[in-house]
Design a protein around this ligand. Structure first.
Ligand code: ASP
Length: 722
């Protein structure tokens, strides 16, 4: 522990004097004043650190929310109007869509407040304040404590700090470790629970280019959707109610029509999810050579099955679109990541670095004692970790995470089963039954047993082929042996037998469930498999996997320490951890390969060039074509064209989707939504030459709202800078 506390000061001194370097880094808002503002201003930013983050005055942070926990969104009006990506609101848009009101296909625009659609379960979180609480968290923690004692002390300190932070308020608080636990920050948040859908373009705009264009530049996707935050009469968070009123924010972003040109300063302010910048070569080797190939393989099968179904029937398209998009997003990223890591020679570079580091460690006796064993320990650890990691991830892909859905779904009955078995009171059991009916309605709405059967046959085979037998649950082995691995022979019978693939049968079973039914339940083939796999994971994979991970955390903390000691002139920004961060850079094109240079923005002309009614992802809506042919562009132009997307050097990752992209004046010029293919490995290795974030040009969003959708009244509540 001593190392960690001492090294804290090392980090802080190092960051104080960042060397001028590439635009890599996701910075802590509270510390912008101290470490970044000078450089940002040199790059063109015209405002102060207080304009970004302050607890004394309204500032940018008051206009930004963590949207549903996975994306970012920002306020663009004094009446709680939020903008985020179409792909961030996709689940909500899909949930409101039916074959009669297919908002995914046709778009949705609430023409008045009463048409805005509530989204139970969706929350948005505002950061009220953050604080460095490292000393308080580590108070009373000493070198002679063992890990368990230390963690207990840290946990109890954390609970006390949180209790105090939210005392007497309706706020929520969390403490997150930074720099592998060398620093801790407290986040005090306000969470709003009534968030309504206001508008979304049709998928042919909001998801234009689909999976083909995802992670790729040049890009022409109008990736935005609009929501509104509602509050009670006191402007405080409240559950959905018709009495609620639009939330009055402390701050909202003015929207700029001025656009961008090459070299302009830009800044992205949002919630990046997770990065691994300081890991050893062994980690990259595990991800690139061990996990990614297998995970890409299984996802390809899942996506292929869903795609075939979606292309065969509009209802199946509705049912499977959100699931498929979610799966395909990471699938494609892994492919790009592997190519990027290859191209950059990241593993080789890390190895060279580690060799030098090892030499430096060996040159000093006390360093050797402290760190001499670190890399060999990593090597040994990763040789085990990768197996456990693959077993856990692959099993999850097969049985859960939109794999064989009827098997995954069967787990939901456990709560009710337990209550019945422990003879809970009747009221509790009835409530559990009602709850389960609701879950089932949600599940079966987007479920088709014929598609699931195909998934079953394919994934059962892959599970057998890609995981060594020692990682396969015995119940699976038994089933496989019973059919000689020819799952297509038993699939119909299994789906006939199980209660988890048919809504009526499932609901009837649940409603009449008693202690007697438990025996029947235990004979259900999918219940048996799911139970067997879950037990197997718990007993044979997870415990060891978690203990390897604990050891990894300790090694990571030491490894970061030694890297900081070694490279005194290197800037160490903390890895992303789903907390609010600032990235900054400049608008910039890039060479994708020899002699192929991509300029920094795309236009409506490019959409028309891609138009192909034969291909779902490139089928441009007639109305958009009309606007183009009539040059009916309104005020949303750049050099006589309608701009659509642009790229810049801001360091971003998943979770930054929907983040505001701001110009030097702090005005909204774009919505971040993706990264360019050649640089997607930036979660592990940012490459200044090719890492580019892709943003929707806000003028395209306004053009679509105004000219395409005829919902121009929404612009009236924005502050538009001409
Ligand atoms: N497309 C990503 C997301 O969905 C953004 C990124 O990874 O750059 O969050």
């Amino acid at each position: 522990m001593r190392n960690r506390i001492l090294l804290l000061s090392v980090i802080i001194t190092l960051i104080i004097a960042p060397v001028l370097r590439a635009d890599e880094g996701m910075w802590i808002p509270l510390l912008i004043e101290k470490y970044n503002i000078k450089l940002m201003q040199e790059k063109g930013f015209k405002l102060s650190a207080e304009d970004i983050y302050s607890v004394n005055k309204a500032c940018m942070k008051d206009a930004i929310v963590h949207f549903g926990g996975g994306c970012t969104a920002e306020l663009i009006s004094p009446d709680g109007l939020l903008i985020t990506n179409h792909h961030c609101g996709y689940g909500q848009i899909q949930r409101h869509s039916t074959l009669e009101h297919d908002y995914l296909t046709n778009g949705f625009w609430a023409m008045s407040a009463k048409d805005e659609l509530p989204n139970p379960g969706l929350t948005v979180t505002f950061l009220k304040r953050m604080e460095d609480v490292t000393e308080k968290v580590l108070n009373g923690v000493s070198d002679d404590m063992d890990t368990e004692e230390r963690e207990k002390k840290i946990d109890s300190n954390i609970s006390a700090i949180i209790d105090l932070a939210v005392d007497g308020s309706n706020y929520k608080a969390a403490i997150k470790p930074f720099y592998m636990g060398k620093q801790y920050f407290l986040f005090v948040n306000e969470v709003f629970r009534d968030v309504r859908l206001v508008g979304a373009p049709p998928s042919a705009i909001g998801k234009f280019g689909g999976e083909t264009d995802n992670w790729v530049w040049p890009r022409h996707t109008g990736d935005f959707s609009l929501f509104r935050v509602y509050a009670d009469r006191e402007n405080k968070p409240a559950d959905y109610s018709i009495e609620n009123v639009p939330y009055k924010p402390l701050y909202f972003f003015p929207v700029s029509l001025k656009g961008v040109k090459e070299g302009d300063f830009t800044m992205v302010f949002g919630y990046p999810g997770s990065t691994s910048q300081y890991v050893p070569s062994y980690h990259i080797d595990m991800v690139k050579n061990y996990l990614n190939p297998k995970m890409i393989g299984i996802r390809s099968s899942k996506i292929g099955i869903m795609e075939e179904a979606m292309n065969s029937d509009p209802l199946l398209r509705l049912q499977y679109s959100a699931k498929k998009s979610g799966l395909a997003n990471s699938w494609k990223k892994w492919i790009g990541e592997n190519q990027g890591l290859d191209r950059m020679g990241t593993i080789e570079k890390k190895r060279e670095y580690e060799d030098k580091l090892l030499q430096w460690i060996s040159a000093d006796k006390s360093r050797s004692e402290k760190y001499g064993n670190l890399l060999p320990r990593y090597k040994e650890l990763y040789s085990k970790l990768r197996e456990y990691n693959l077993a856990a991830s692959y099993t999850n892909e097969v049985y859960f995470n939109y794999g064989i859905e009827a098997i995954g779904f069967s787990r939901y009955i456990k709560t009710l089963e337990d209550l019945i078995k422990e003879k809970a009171d009747a009221e509790k059991i009835t409530m559990a039954k009602i709850n389960l009916q609701a879950i089932a309605s949600g599940f079966f709405r987007n479920y088709n047993s014929e598609v699931d059967k195909k998934m079953f046959v394919s994934l059962m085979k892959l599970y057998g082929e890609n995981l060594d037998e020692k990682w396969q649950a015995p119940q699976y082995i038994k089933l496989r042996n019973s059919c000689d691995g020819e799952f297509e022979k038993i699939v119909d019978e299994l789906y006939k037998k199980t209660i988890f693939a048919d809504e009526d049968r499932f609901k009837a079973f649940v409603m009449s469930m008693t202690r007697g039914s438990v025996v029947r339940l235990h004979k259900d083939p999918f219940y048996i498999l799911a139970e067997g796999v879950s037990d197997f994971l718990a007993n044979n994979v997870r415990t060891e996997y978690m203990s390897l991970n604990d050891e990894l955390q300790e090694l990571n903390a030491d490894y970061l320490s030694v890297q900081i000691e070694y490279a005194q002139d290197r800037v160490f920004y903390p890895d992303a951890n789903s907390t609010l961060r600032v990235s900054y850079g400049n608008v910039k094109g890039y060479y994708s390969k020899d002699a192929v240079y991509y300029t920094y923005y795309t236009t409506l002309k490019g959409i028309i060039e891609k138009d192909n009614p034969e291909i779902y992802d490139y089928d441009v809506p007639e109305k958009l074509k009309e606007l183009y042919w009539n040059k009916d562009y309104g005020r949303y132009t750049q050099n006589g064209e309608v701009p659509v997307c642009f790229i810049a050097t801001n360091h971003t990752t998943g979770g930054n989707s929907g983040s505001p992209v701001l110009n030097a004046d702090g005005h909204l010029i774009g919505i971040n939504f993706d990264r360019a293919w050649e640089g997607v490995a930036s979660d592990m290795a940012y490459n200044p030459d090719q890492s580019r974030n892709i943003s929707l040009d806000i003028r395209y969003a306004l053009f679509i709202i105004d000219k395409f959708a005829g919902a121009g009244y929404l612009l009236n509540e924005m502050k538009i800078i001409e």
